[in-house]
Design a protein around this ligand. Structure first.
Ligand code: ZN
Length: 125
């Protein structure tokens, strides 16, 4: 009875410390992992959504009558082909952050990234 920490107590402390460490790890990884699975590239034409692509899945989407192509690769979306003159949309590069967009004015097409990360971004700065 004179011992401050019995062997049982020590084991219990170790286990609970391990548990809280694991919990921290899970919470942390769920908050900060690059959750491409939750992000989608939304392709709109003249203000109407024509297609949505998961950023977690590589692929291409072609608007045939325009010859306008959007590609998703490595969690990023970009315009890979466009018939417009300036091709600013093609040169805009890759987007992956929620709220980011590539706009092609001549083709009236927008590619916007939607996701659930924006709130966390706001907290983390
Ligand atoms: Zn363009």
């Amino acid at each position: 009875m004179s011992k401050i920490l019995s062997k049982k107590d020590a084991v219990f402390l170790c286990v609970s410390a391990l548990f809280s460490a694991l919990l921290c790890f899970f919470v942390y990884s769920s908050l900060f992992s690059p959750d491409a699975a939750k992000k989608t590239a939304v392709i709109s034409r003249s203000g109407k959504i024509v297609h949505e692509m998961k950023l977690s899945e590589d692929g291409t989407f072609l608007i045939e009558d325009l010859g306008f192509e959007v590609t998703v690769r490595d969690g990023c979306a970009f315009v890979s082909r466009s018939p417009c003159k300036g091709r600013y949309c093609v040169n805009s590069g890759r987007i992956s952050r929620p709220g980011a967009a590539v706009i092609c004015v001549p083709c009236e097409i927008t590619v916007t990234v939607r996701g659930e990360e924006s709130a966390i971004d706001g907290v983390a700065g």
